[in-house]
Design a protein around this ligand. Structure first.
Ligand code: GCW
Length: 606
């Protein structure tokens, strides 16, 4: 089985020389006549002009020609008529997929099988599947693939050494698709090679990274760079040497600079050994506290990669203030296609509505690149749930152009993937677009997050993280729930510009869905529509479960082909069970605490 375009034409040849060659092949195959006007200065950008004889003139760099070709092919499949000229350039330079694949073949937070790249401690892949993936990425506009987990466990620490030839071969496979590899590295790597420390200011350490970079780039000249998780959740980093993250990132940047490589440095740095009794530390403040003071001190080829929210990919989080406050630093926003907290690719969860909300808040040009944690694995359908592929495809479209219309993008994916009648397409698009809101309703309420089963992160456990060390508390008691993150509380809100402080600061004005992210409120608090907070929590959960039932019914009426139909049916059954568990557990949790009955007398178990 295959991803969108590959369903139409299952594979591309193995002997392609580069993106323009691939573009020619694809157009021929699709019966589209085109002339190429290669202009390398245009890079990824392109222009398409229809000609009177029914052919097209394509102008662009090598990759631009490829993207233009995919735009034509996907457009024609979707019934578009190309009457006038079209041109486009990506908004973000690096449009990345970060795989959290380990070399033993497991995937951290992977829900679609085992690794596509590694097995039993070595590089191992099916070249056809690599080409399918390359084609899927290129046709969605994606251009960087980081193949190994940011938590670099042995033997991935040897990727830069013993495994270089294998990686070079993998890079060769992806090159015609305009996809450049990236590697996650371990900051303490030099110490495995007789260097006595990993101190970024130690000349021996700097020399080791320079030599290593030269060796790596000799094997993979177009490597996009290194991805680094340092001083985060137990990973080594510059803090061990009393250095800051600019010292660490700039040291690597110096090593990569001669080769045009980037250091993509993650900002997921927080105290992951917090004492729940400590009320002064507020985890969402951590990224800003570590990085905002370093604005302007990073080298030109460093990109700080910031998770979209201040916590960790919850269903609803406000935009990270760090994405708004570092005006003199290259930034990438990190999102997560892997459904770690959002249903494990069992529950339906289409992300584009969430991304639209993020981009609406993000000032133009505040970020220069974008990354997404992969939702891929070696399952036959690549994404576990066949409908989870919509997230990969629409991520690509958004990464190219954040103004992409959500409904159009989803409909385009449906058309490329299935053959349905227009009403069925519309129904499916509607179901996919509503899925995130439904999931949000039956899980943790009103922006509070974290009521999941610890470690696995699937299913409800409202107190699971309450007395733990991860800094993710809701402090529900018999009267109130939430943490006050305003100026009067933890002060997290002070990290934002004025417009955000006004929007979120006053519970009477704060959008409902963020209410419990920013405020601690009594259950009797009156929401904007007059309902009490506790009633709203009950209502959302009952509605969420009801809407899941409707979703299941409507989805069952769509004639998916096999094997998708069977997988979709089976996963929907699991989702229904999950939604029922969430609804009952969360309602019971709050009912037991508050003693407030549901004003509509529905069943809450005590
Ligand atoms: O919250 C955590 C995830 C980890 C992940 C980490 C990160 C790769 O549960 O599995 O580690 O986020 O983003 O680094």
């Amino acid at each position: 089985m295959n991803l969108w375009l590959n369903r139409l034409v299952p594979s591309v040849p193995a002997d392609l020389t580069g993106p323009a060659d691939l573009a020619r092949y694809e157009l021929n195959n699709a019966g589209i006549r085109a002339e190429f006007n290669e202009n390398s200065a245009m890079g990824d950008a392109w222009r398409v002009e229809p000609r009177l004889d029914g052919s097209f003139l394509l102008t662009g760099g090598q990759t631009g020609l490829l993207y233009a070709s995919y735009r034509l092919i996907t457009g024609l499949v979707c019934g578009e008529e190309f009457l006038g000229s079209l041109s486009s350039a990506p908004k973000y330079a690096l449009r990345m997929i970060n795989c959290w694949d380990n070399m033993d073949g497991s995937i951290e937070r992977g829900y679609a099988g085992r690794s596509l790249f590694f097995r039993d401690g070595r590089i191992s892949y099916d070249p056809d599947r690599m080409r399918t993936l390359g084609r899927a990425m290129a046709s969605a506009g994606l251009n960087v693939l980081c193949v190994n987990n940011v938590n670099v466990h042995d033997p991935a620490q040897r990727l830069l050494e013993d495994f270089l030839p294998g990686l070079a071969a993998l890079a060769d496979l992806f090159r015609p698709f305009g996809v450049r590899l990236m590697l996650s590295i371990d900051f303490s790597q030099p110490m495995r090679h007789g260097v006595s420390s990993a101190d970024p200011l130690d000349p021996a350490v700097r020399a080791w990274w320079k030599e290593t970079a030269a060796r790596v780039y000799a094997a993979i000249p177009d490597l996009a760079g290194f991805l680094v998780k340092a001083d985060s959740e137990g990973r080594p980093g510059p803090f061990s040497y009393g250095r800051n993250h600019a010292d660490g990132a700039n040291m690597l940047a110096e090593a990569l600079k001669p080769f045009g490589g980037y250091v993509v440095w993650r900002c997921f740095v927080y105290n992951c050994r917090q004492d729940w009794r400590d009320t002064r530390t507020d985890r969402p403040k951590a990224a800003w506290d570590h990085y905002a003071c370093l604005d302007g001190t990073f080298a030109g080829n460093v990109i700080l990669q910031v998770k979209h929210g201040p916590f960790d990919f919850q269903v609803r989080e406000p935009l990270s203030p760090l994405l708004l406050g570092m005006k003199h630093t290259n930034l990438a926003m990190e999102i997560q296609l892997a459904q770690e907290y959002t249903g494990h690719q069992i529950d339906l969860y289409t992300m584009i509505p969430m991304w639209k909300e993020l981009f609406d808040e993000l000032p133009a040009d505040s970020i220069m690149s974008i990354a997404a944690v992969s939702n891929l694995g070696d399952d036959e359908n690549y994404t576990g749930h066949p409908l989870a592929a919509v997230n990969l495809y629409t991520y690509g479209l958004m990464a190219w152009d954040p103004e992409t219309d959500a409904k159009e993008a989803v409909t385009r994916w449906i058309r490329l993937t299935y053959r349905f009648a227009p009403e069925q397409e519309q129904t499916l698009a509607g179901l996919l677009l509503s899925s995130r809101r439904i999931y949000e309703k039956y899980t943790a309420p009103l922006g509070i997050g974290w009521m999941v089963t610890p470690h696995s992160h699937y299913g409800p456990n409202p107190s699971g993280y309450e007395y733990d060390l991860w800094g993710t508390y809701h402090k529900a008691d018999r009267n109130a729930v939430g943490i006050d993150r305003t100026h009067a509380g933890t002060g997290y809100l002070d990290q934002y510009p004025e417009s955000f402080r006004t929007k979120y600061g006053d519970p009477a004005v704060c959008p409902d869905l963020f209410l419990l992210f920013f405020h601690r409120l009594p259950y009797s608090f009156r929401m904007k529509d007059g309902r009490t907070l506790i009633q709203r929590i009950y209502d959302d959960h009952f509605e969420g479960l009801e809407e899941t039932r409707d979703l299941a019914r409507e989805l069952a009426a769509i004639p998916f082909p096999e094997p998708d139909a069977t997988v979709i049916r089976a996963r929907m059954k699991l989702q229904l069970y999950n939604a029922g568990e969430w609804c009952d557990v969360i309602n019971t949790f709050f009912h037991r605490l508050s003693g407030v009955p549901d004003d509509r007398g529905r069943i809450i178990y005590d």
